[in-house]
Design a protein around this ligand. Structure first.
Ligand code: ATP
Ligand code: MG
Length: 558
């Protein structure tokens, strides 16, 4: 038993404890509650994996609840994007819920609070309210409207509701304790007026419930057993419980709020509001720009649901906020794609190679394995001919012994093909290599079984036959920010840390099989990394996003 406990995270321990005391297995119910004010990001993935993961583990339902109480920020398109992302991650929700569906019930409960003398309409400005609430070390004092009669409160609340009262003229506050050491208990605002159209309720409601008055009550309506939120809501728990104290009836299940640490990822931002700024200010092209840490950006970049889930589950839930290095996420996708992605050859920075002793008009089709990690992936044919491209950095006129690629007078193997030897090269007036002349050993064909084919040479290069090459656009991405935590500097804006080289576009040449790939297909460009077909590809030209390089190129630099 003790052993089993060690393998449970602290959230699971809470549930196990409750199962022994207050809860039955059948009463377990979870929810994931995003606000539809932007796209989901990698931080949300942690919360999704936690809640839906618990649902799978305990065979309990999980609701997807849109916390849509701020019409000024929320939009239907965000609702759609969030649903798509949760589904893409592979989870299904029991019910699709909206806090806005509970507006009527919340309003009726607010009336009860007013009638019980536990809520009042305050007509002070927000500055006056802030003043009157005091500070953490100084108790608050009652404002001039705190003792309004129930009748007056009901009348004014009605005027707030119908829109008869101007926007912002009043708020409804719970009447709790102005001396509480918890500032949130000092008569928190529970309703404000907004004459803005809501994406679902239109202009029906002019009063909108605040987060604290909505969240626990929505949990109660849905009979959520455990409501997990991030640590900054810890001080809200007292208020969450106070509201439930006013409402929970007899046999109904009482939800429990528990907190876990927010997940932060280095060199990026995990806040919808801040990510929205990157989109609005044109730093990135869209919410699903492959540089964005959004689920949709990661999908477009070539990340798989498994890579994201393995990353989230590998880190688990913590009790303290933590900054996870983005290289961990990159490791996770590399590991997953290594198993799943077919290998192909493409050259990103080409230089021409001519095989002088190869027949002029000949094209040979050579057998190439698709994925050595997965024998069921089969093989394909790759064309070989007299004129090839190799990577510019794979050739040097002279180099020391550690340079295992092509140099004058030395041999390398061309992957899946022959051993070649560099004989001479041509340069332009600036000294750039324009063409390399090589000879090949006709008996050295890979897999032919001849002695020559088994001959060991140090280097193996990828290459592409020019006469059959497919020209593609490749988008090379790098971290969006140069600083690990761009939004934590007191005197600086995160925009000051933008990486100017987060996107580089090149024209590359690939083997003909690239032509068969479809949008969102991911392949490994051998020796270079994983690349995914972007949705902006056209019939004429494919666009590839670099998902991740084969190695962590930053590790060497730091
Ligand atoms: P944002 O500032 O990005 O809008 P949020 O917390 O306001 O974040 P919500 O849509 O309200 O976003 O969050 C939905 C759920 O996801 C909440 O339960 C929230 O606690 C959780 N969540 C959001 N960001 C993170 C994160 N970085 N790590 C873990 N959980 C998160
Ligand atoms: Mg939010």
């Amino acid at each position: 038993m003790a052993e089993e406990k060690q393998t449970l995270n602290f959230i699971e321990q809470i549930i196990e404890e409750d199962l022994k005391t207050t809860h039955t297995k059948e009463s377990l119910y979870f929810r994931f509650p995003p606000e539809p004010n932007g796209y989901l990001h990698i931080g949300h993935a942690s919360s999704i994996c936690l809640n839906f993961g618990l649902g799978l583990k305990y065979n309990a339902p999980v609701n997807l609840r849109f916390d849509d109480t701020n019409p000024a920020k929320e939009e239907q398109r965000f609702v759609e994007a969030i649903k798509k992302d949760v589904q893409w991650l592979g989870y299904s929700w029991a019910k699709e819920c909206y806090a806005s569906d509970y507006f009527e019930q919340l309003y009726l409960w607010a009336l009860t609070l007013i009638k019980d003398g536990k809520a009042y309409v305050d007509s002070q400005s927000s500055e006056e309210i802030a003043q009157q609430k005091g500070t953490p070390t100084q108790a608050g004092v009652a404002g001039p409207y705190r003792d309004r009669s129930v009748e007056e409160n009901l009348t004014l609340f009605e005027q707030m509701k119908t829109g008869e009262a101007p926007q912002g003229a009043h708020v409804l506050r719970a009447k709790i304790d102005l001396k509480s050491t918890n500032m949130l208990m000092r008569d928190p605002v529970i309703y404000r007026t907004l004459h803005t159209s809501h994406h679902r309720t239109g202009t029906k409601w002019k009063i909108f419930p605040m987060y604290d008055w909505t969240h626990g009550e929505s949990d109660y309506i849905e009979q959520i057993s455990h409501s997990f939120c991030t640590l900054e809501f810890l001080p809200h728990r007292e208020l969450y419980d106070w509201f439930l104290d006013q409402l929970v009836e007899g046999s109904k299940l009482r939800p429990k709020q528990r907190e876990f640490a927010r997940r932060n990822l280095s060199h990026t931002l995990v806040s919808k509001r801040k990510l929205a700024r990157l989109v609005q200010e044109g730093v990135v092209a869209s919410w699903d720009d492959p540089r964005m840490p959004t689920i949709s950006g990661l999908r477009r970049r070539g990340y798989t649901p498994d890579a994201i889930k393995n990353f989230a589950q590998g880190i688990g839930v913590g009790k303290r906020d933590n900054l996870i290095d983005v290289s961990r996420l990159e490791f996770s996708v590399r590991e997953d794609l290594n198993k799943k992605a077919n290998r192909v050859m493409a050259v990103l920075d080409p230089v021409k190679v001519t095989i002088t002793n190869y027949p002029q008009d000949q094209t040979e089709w050579l057998e190439a394995e698709n994925n050595q990690e997965d024998p069921s992936a089969g093989s394909r044919q790759v064309p070989f001919s007299k004129e090839l491209y190799i990577e510019r950095e794979d050739f040097r006129e002279e180099a020391n012994k550690k340079f295992f690629r092509l140099k004058l007078g030395k041999e390398v193997r061309l992957k899946n093909a022959y051993i070649i030897k560099a004989e001479s090269c041509e340069k332009d007036p600036e000294g750039n290599i324009t063409e390399i002349f090589c000879t090949y050993d006709p008996k050295s064909k890979s897999g032919s079984g001849t002695q020559e084919s088994l001959r060991k040479v140090k280097g193996t290069l990828h290459w592409v036959a020019i006469n059959k090459a497919v020209e593609v656009e490749v988008r090379l991405y790098d971290r969006l920010f140069t600083d690990p935590s761009p939004d934590t500097h007191k005197d600086k804006d995160f925009m000051d840390f933008l990486n100017p080289n987060s996107l580089q576009v090149v024209t590359a040449y690939g083997e003909p099989s690239l032509g068969d790939l479809k949008i969102e297909d991911t392949v490994q460009f051998q020796r270079l990394g994983y690349f995914t077909v972007d949705l902006q590809s056209t019939k004429e030209k494919k666009v590839f996003n670099r998902t991740v390089g084969l190695r962590d190129s930053w590790a060497k630099l730091t």
